[in-house]
Design a protein around this ligand. Structure first.
Ligand code: ISL
Ligand code: CA
Length: 547
């Protein structure tokens, strides 16, 4: 029997930016409830809800102050229960974000831990007399001095996100109990934030330092350590074993080999993980150092993941999330070919094997934002990077160029519901994209040729077609620099997927496919035409044919 989440499509909601219901400029749970009919129309099965727990919002909820409370701005526990019930009535399950690599420094555990060396919670965190040279993901050292106890605590992310100590079995049990309490409310599973970072090398060695870098790379000592697998197996046994839940681990630095350790069904760790390999393809070293997309490299990455997880684990498929710039601006074209390239990207991704994730606004082709100055950005990663670069003598102009490409805030501007915004009656916490007048849900729903309906169709194909869920994957035209072409195949059928990642036009024939036999496209953006033995492919054209 196919696991239910292998036929599902997930929609990610960034609660702060989805729908405000009370005019304070911040999205909330009641707002999400108002939009459930829209999500049902799209056809998605699961909502991944970004963190909604009580938080001082240093990192927009990824810094949790109380795991049992709902963030006041988002509503109450009652609102949350209502949301779970209402979503279910629309055929949608809620997947919660689970952030347990770290808490907020304002969490009661940490407040006690930092106040005295003899605190009961001291060992819930990682304190050391001397810091090592690890850098934090959000710039600066990964260690901050704690005056009351005259030592340093570890935070792989911001100074307000101290890392939990997973060596502590009591702490682990408290986390498991917390997870159980949310599952009891009827959620369908968890998306686990940086879950492959929870185990640390207890020796805390210095990391290797590149010339000119300020900090060492600690990742070999905290990424994918063997103990992560022990913790996840324990978590499964303690929390997840007695339900049909879905889990997805966010796992930077993971390869197909390690992904199948996390996701093979025998070892009972996770349903699937998020890889970052395809997100790193347009940078050199740090994410801010841009290089142009090399489609051949991107295709190689997809091919390896498709091939190596087939039958041994499970892929997730995504172009966007709340940490990434908008894909239509990144790998597509957000001017003249916006609609065409957004559909192409959707088709190219959703015909592969795995569970697809759609990030809010992707289904209407929302683009990057033309931020005018550093004051318009809100994200801590962006702001810290800006300060650090300027302090190191880089010009504001050059730094802003890096940021304009990759800032996480491109994903975080308000959902564009209608030509006036439709997100809030007040002032949004982060600016709205000016192109809301053209790009919005109302316009998308009114146009039968909009990107929205391509996503709707793709979600149905995922739900209904065995070949999409389980077929094998074969990459064709491996070395072609603009065309992404692959075959899917199951016992009954073969499908051919064609996607043009460029503004060029192609007249293509295939050695291994009898083009004359191709008939009506199963799904297309209109940019592909068969003429005898030749397939004509327009700029950003994409289509799927039965062979
Ligand atoms: O966002 C990134 C690159 O821009 C990543 O380095 C990111 O920080 C990493 O993938 C972990 O992300 C997750 O944990 C962070 C949080 O800020 C992110 O929003 C979350 O997705 C810390 O909790
Ligand atoms: Ca609100």
């Amino acid at each position: 029997m196919t696991a239910w989440w292998k036929k599902s499509s997930v929609y990610q909601i960034y609660p702060r930016s989805f729908q405000d219901s009370n005019g304070d400029g911040i999205g909330d749970l009641q707002g999400i409830m108002q939009r459930l009919p829209y999500l049902e129309k799209l056809g998605i099965d699961i909502i991944w809800l970004g963190p909604i727990y009580d938080s001082p919002n240093d990192d927009n909820g990824y810094d949790i102050r109380d795991y049992q409370k709902i963030q006041k701005e988002f509503g109450s526990l009652d609102d949350f229960k209502q949301l779970v019930t209402a979503a279910k009535a629309h055929g949608i399950g809620i997947m919660m974000d689970l952030v347990v690599n770290h808490t907020s420094d304002e969490h009661q555990w940490f407040e006690e831990a930092r106040s005295s060396r003899t605190s009961k919670y001291r060992d819930y965190y990682i304190f050391k007399e001397q810091p090592n040279n690890w850098g934090s993901f959000f710039s600066g050292s990964a260690w901050t001095y704690n005056e009351p106890t005259d030592d340093y605590y570890l935070h792989l992310f911001s100074t307000k996100q101290p890392d939990l100590n997973w060596e502590n079995s009591e702490m682990r049990q408290v986390i498991y109990d917390m997870m159980k309490s949310w599952l009891k409310l009827g959620i369908v599973g968890f998306r686990m934030d940086v879950i492959n970072l929870i185990a640390k090398d207890e020796r805390f060695p210095d990391g290797e330092k590149q010339d000119g870098e300020l900090y060492g790379d600690g990742s070999p000592y905290y990424m994918n350590l063997p103990k992560v697998h022990d913790y996840l197996k324990e978590m499964y046994k303690e929390v997840l074993a007695d339900g049909d839940y879905v889990t997805v681990g966010e796992t930077p630095g993971t390869t197909p080999e390690s992904a199948s350790v996390f996701t093979n069904p025998h070892d009972k760790e996770l349903s699937m993980i998020f890889t970052f390999e395809h997100m790193d393809v347009d940078s050199e070293g740090p994410k801010w150092h841009h290089k142009p997309l090399d489609l051949v490299a991107l295709k190689q990455i997809f091919e390896r993941w498709q091939r190596e997880l087939h039958g041994t684990g499970w892929n997730s498929l995504y172009w966007n999330n709340h940490d990434q710039p908008r894909v239509v601006s990144r790998f597509g074209q957000d001017g003249k070919y916006r609609v065409q390239s957004a559909k192409m990207l959707a088709i190219a991704l959703h015909l592969m094997q795995g569970t697809p994730y759609i990030y809010q606004g992707e289904e209407i082709g929302m683009t990057n934002v033309d931020f005018q100055s550093i004051d318009e950005y809100r994200d801590i990663e962006t702001l810290n990077y800006y300060e650090e670069q300027l302090a190191n003598g880089k010009t504001a102009e050059l730094t802003l160029q890096d940021i304009a490409r990759k800032s996480r805030d491109h994903a975080r501007t308000p959902m564009q519901w209608d030509e006036t915004g439709g997100f809030t009656t007040g002032t949004p916490w982060i600016r709205m994209n000016d192109n809301v007048t053209q790009i919005n849900v109302k316009a998308a729903l009114a146009d039968p040729n909009s990107i929205f309906y391509t996503y709707q169709q793709l979600i149905q194909l995922r739900k209904n077609e065995h070949i999409v869920q389980h077929g094998t994957f074969e990459l064709l035209l491996k070395e072609h620099p603009q065309l992404f072409v692959y075959k899917r195949q199951d016992e009954q059928r073969t499908w051919l997927v064609i996607a043009n990642f460029s503004e060029q036009t192609f007249a293509q024939n295939f050695a291994t496919v009898d083009v004359t036999q191709l008939t009506k496209a199963i799904i297309t953006n209109g940019g592909v035409r068969i003429d005898g033995e030749i397939i004509h492919i327009e700029p950003y054209g994409a289509a799927v044919f039965e062979v």
